[in-house]
Design a protein around this ligand. Structure first.
Ligand SMILES: C[S@@+](CC[C@H](N)C(=O)[O-])C[C@H]1O[C@@H](n2cnc3c(N)ncnc32)[C@H](O)[C@@H]1O
Length: 192
């Protein structure tokens, strides 16, 4: 089974958790890693690795001494991403446990979190729980990158998430729209 079919099947089984009908495009993956200072990062985590599209772009941009691991909650997608990137540790777990995962990895703080979570599909308490967990391990000055579909800004939860970002981060900016993605999306670039 190809990666796109694997994601689609998991979307049918768990729509609110997967939040995407198709894997992100290569163009969106490149936009995700274009802004953060990957060259100087010592520890980077990817959250919601899915089929591993962003993982590929992250691996291409990381410095040689950087610690890197992924976190994905869906067992089937963990298998897909592990097959695609056999040298990357992908934890089968929830981002809610990112503090414990960092302890396991012996990483006191993260310099950067690249995040593929479907924020607009989450309720307010879940958005808060996951943002609290992520920002607890992101060092001051650390960078957080995530994406949103353009249409998500028409929804209350999508707008709520955007407002939340300004509460958690001193700087929040947005990339241009990546039209070569289904659906078109943009990237939030945030700094603690
Ligand atoms: C929109 S998909 C993005 C997948 C991939 N990064 C991409 O861009 O194609 C969201 C991913 O987040 C994962 N996810 C959802 N809730 C999660 C959680 N609490 N912890 C870790 N991963 C989660 C889903 O299983 C899914 O693989």
């Amino acid at each position: 089974m190809d990666n796109a079919t694997a994601l689609l099947l998991q979307f049918i089984r768990h729509p609110a958790r997967v939040g995407a009908l198709a894997p992100s495009s290569r163009r969106l993956a490149r936009t995700m890693v274009a802004w953060p200072d990957m060259d100087n990062a010592r520890a980077v985590a990817e959250v919601g690795t899915g089929t591993g599209v962003f993982t590929e772009a992250i691996l291409e941009s990381l410095g040689p001494d950087c610690r890197f691991f992924g976190i994905e909650i869906d067992a089937r997608l963990v298998n897909v991403a592990r097959k695609r990137h056999p040298n990357v540790t992908i934890h089968h777990d929830s981002v809610a446990n990112i503090r414990e995962i960092c302890r396991l990895e012996d990483v006191p703080h993260l310099d950067c979190v690249i995040c593929g979570l479907p924020w607009a599909a989450f309720t307010a308490p879940i958005q808060k729980e996951f943002m609290d967990a992520i920002t607890a391990v992101l060092r001051p000055g650390g960078q957080f990158v995530t994406f949103a579909y353009r249409q998500s800004l028409l929804t209350r939860s999508g707008r709520r998430f955007q407002t939340q970002l300004h509460r958690y981060f001193g700087t929040v900016s947005r990339s241009r729209t990546v039209w070569r993605n289904f659906p078109p999306a943009f990237v939030y670039q945030c700094k603690r």
